[in-house]
Design a protein around this ligand. Structure first.
Ligand code: ADP
Length: 731
């Protein structure tokens, strides 16, 4: 971490260093150019100072040239005058006069009248005489003062022509002083060169060099242009950067030499300052990186233990760390650990529930590695339910070997099909041999196997559920069912037998009743006949009471006759039954109304029939049925006029025929009982009857596969309804 950060420091600093170096070089070049320009400016200023000095000397010379003494040819006075002027002006070293041949005849360097050598610069004298104007000399050796000098010469014009050349000499020191006065930086040298390039003045060691030519290289550059800079070696062997300019006044040049050494040291100073700065920055950066790296490394090092704890699923407490990001990571890890713990708890809980649910369902989970056919039971129940040790059921073939021979091919085929993808899932109820040697029933099932990207089956996951109890229960139920079936068959046989016996005895009874009724009718008819004869014969000789008793005998005997007739009808219902045929109930009602017409007429009743259907029925019995119901409707009726309405409604494949009256009605508590034979709600005296009519009606309706019932309340009339199947009932 630290090394990485240490590398990061130069990586970050490098662009800055490159930039700073480039800037430094650029600035150095700029500085050098600026120095060159500034030095040229300084050279110009110095040249102007030197020019000023020369011009002052020229002005002095011109002043002396206009002297009266000269005009008067009084050279002695001129000599004195010149000496005084020089002393007063503090300019120039000497004043001399020379004629056109360059012969001197006055020189303030010597006393007046002293014989004088010719002029030190005859060329200067020639120029003055030639041009008639001022001229400035190059440096020359003074014959009088015996030292190098420069001079300004002006013409002395008398009578319109140049008579003399008046020369004012200047000591090079004077110029040296001007140069020195400029206060150039130490090591810098200002040099004045005359028009021939000879050193005329020098700010340093002038005595040594004045009057000499500079080094050849230096000289060549200097004389090559009016102004500029160049690098060369000075006379004293010092390599310099020189800046020079030329004076228009004197045609002299002034150069300022800056030693390369001072320039280099200046550059080096700045370079080393930069290097020190960079090094300091680098060191500071490294130090900081080291410190920060240490903090980061410590912070992240402190995360190792929590990370390991997190991996182990333990609870962790976030350590307080100096690095914010690491602290955040630690907090995130703490949170993750908390969530993980929660999730683990949920997972454990759901696993616990699953195991419980599997146990509750007596189910064991298993998974099979398709490649090795190895069986990995997901819980121990698989073994406990069969009492095997795990190694005894390690592979699916171990398991298959224990499957009942009848079930094995089906199981093996289904598993193959599921693995090959020919079927979605596998489900089979199989018998398997448990360790205790008993067969147990298992419901073995699995969903489609997990496959790799290429579709190859990897593992099969499924369950085994112990269904032995259910299978045994099923077998027990089957056994009981078979037993029950057998019993039912026996019972049915018995019932059939007793039914047949009953039918026989019933028929016997019917035959007996029929015979009895039939046989009773004849004596009854005799009783009635003879009782009537007796009544008529004895009318005159017996008393009234005997007549009344005979009347009662006749009445009761007739009632007995009716009763027996109805009993005969009841008993003959089955015997006289006819095959069903289409019967128009409207016709039947018409027939009934015609039969009952005398009664209807007597009591002024109304029998109304709405459209009635045609049904499959026994015609004679339909007449009996409707007649009984209509007759009851008229009989148990005190309304005036009594009214009976017969209507029909179709319901779900059956007809419901309603016979409604406006009669006395029936208390609901008798609604069931009135259909029993001989059951009557009134005495014979109140309303005559036998109590057989409704019993006959019910047997007829039942024979037709229908039902008969009544809706009624006392005083509100009655509605007797019977249903008949649409297609007719059983025969
Ligand atoms: P009965 O010969 O007495 O009429 P039924 O079997 O026809 O015998 O009737 C049984 C009893 O049901 C009757 O005694 C009577 O009390 C009652 N009953 C039958 N039909 C009606 C009716 N339409 N209105 C009122 N009561 C009735």
């Amino acid at each position: 971490m630290r090394t990485l950060l240490a590398w990061l420091v130069p990586a970050c600093l490098l662009p800055g260093i490159i930039g700073a170096t480039t800037l430094f070089i650029h600035e150095y070049r700029e500085g050098r150019n600026q120095l060159k320009k500034d030095t040229i400016q300084t050279a110009r200023a110095l040249v102007r100072a030197v020019d000023n000095q020369i011009l002052k000397v020229e002005a002095l010379a011109l002043g002396l040239a206009g002297s009266d003494a000269l005009a008067a040819g009084n050279f002695g006075r001129f000599h004195d005058q010149a000496r005084r002027t020089l002393a007063h002006a503090q300019l120039g070293a000497s004043v001399s006069l020379a004629d056109g041949q360059g012969l001197q005849f006055v020189n303030t360097g010597d006393d007046f009248g002293t014989p004088l050598p010719p002029h030190g610069s005859p060329e200067l004298v020639r120029r003055v005489f030639g041009s008639g104007e001022s001229a400035i000399s190059d440096i020359f050796e003074s014959q009088v003062l015996h030292r190098p000098l420069v001079a300004v010469a002006v013409p002395v014009i008398l009578d319109g022509r140049v008579r003399y050349a008046l020369t004012v000499t200047i000591l090079p020191e004077t110029l040296n002083d001007i140069l020195s006065a400029q206060g150039l930086p130490p090591g810098w040298v200002a040099t004045v060169f005359d028009s021939a390039g000879t050193i005329a003045a020098r700010s340093r060691a002038s005595d040594e060099y004045v009057g000499q030519k500079p080094a050849p290289g230096y000289y060549r550059h200097l004389m090559d242009a009016d102004e500029g800079t160049f690098e060369a070696v000075m006379k004293d062997g010092v390599p310099v950067l020189a800046a020079f300019t030329r004076s228009d006044v004197t045609n002299w040049r002034l150069a300022i030499g800056i030693p390369q050494e001072s320039l280099a040291s200046r550059f080096n100073r700045r370079l080393s300052a930069l290097a020190v700065g960079i090094a300091a920055l680098f060191a500071a950066g490294l130090g900081l990186a080291w410190l920060v790296g240490g903090r980061i490394a410590r912070s992240f090092g402190a995360l190792v233990a929590p990370a390991l704890a997190l991996g182990a699923g333990e609870r962790i407490t976030a350590p307080s760390l100096p690095v914010k990001e690491a602290a955040e990571v630690a907090r995130a890890m703490e949170e993750a650990a908390r969530l993980l713990e929660k999730r683990n708890a949920t997972l454990r809980e759901s696993e616990y529930r699953l195991v419980l649910a599997l146990k509750a369902g007596n189910t064991a989970a298993w998974e099979m590695d398709v490649a090795t056919m190895a069986l990995r039971p997901a819980d121990e129940l698989l073994f406990t339910m069969l009492d095997y040790r795990p190694e005894e059921l390690a592979t699916s073939s171990d398991w298959l070997a224990r499957v009942h021979g009848d079930d094995r091919p089906g199981v093996a085929r289904q598993i193959d099909d599921v693995i090959a993808g020919r079927r979605e899932s596998y489900r089979s109820e199989v018998r398997i041999l448990a360790a205790d040697g008993r067969w147990r029933w298992l419901l073995s099932q699995a969903v489609a196997p997990e496959r790799d990207a290429g579709g190859r089956a990897l593992r099969l996951i499924g369950t085994h559920t112990d269904i032995t109890d259910r299978k045994e229960a099923e077998a027990e139920i089957r056994r009981l069912n078979a037993e029950l079936e057998q019993r039912v068959q026996q019972r049915t046989l018995q019932l059939k037998q007793s039914n047949e016996a009953l039918m026989l005895s019933n028929m016997e009874l019917q035959r007996f009743a029929h015979a009895a009724a039939h046989d009773l009718q004849t004596p009854l008819r005799s009783i009635v006949g003879f009782s009537q004869l007796l009544q008529q014969e004895l009318k005159s000789c017996v008393d009234e009471r005997a007549d009344e008793w005979l009347g009662i005998v006749i009445d009761n005997t007739r009632r007995l006759q009716i009763l027996i007739q109805e009993l005969l009808d009841y008993s003959r219902l089955d015997a006289q039954a006819r095959p069903f045929e289409p019967v128009d109930l409207g016709d039947i009602l018409g027939q009934v109304t015609a039969t009952l017409a005398p009664v209807i007429g007597d009591i002024g009743a109304e029998v109304v029939g709405t459209p009635l259907p045609t049904v499959m029925a026994d015609r004679g019995q339909m007449v009996l049925l409707l007649q009984n119901l209509v007759e009851n409707g008229l009989k148990y009726n005190q309304s005036r006029p009594p009214r009976v309405t017969v209507s029909a409604e179709g319901w779900d494949g059956e007809w419901v025929i309603a016979v409604a009256d406006n009669g006395i009605g029936i208390d609901p508590k008798y609604h069931e009982r009135i259909f029993e034979i001989f059951r009557r709600l009134h005495s014979h005296q109140q309303i005559p009857g036998t109590g057989i009519g409704l019993a006959i009606c019910q047997r007829i309706v039942e024979r037709h596969g229908g039902r008969l019932w009544v809706d009624s309340r006392p005083g509100e009339g009655s509605v007797f309804r019977f249903s008949l199947p649409d297609g007719g009932g059983s025969r």
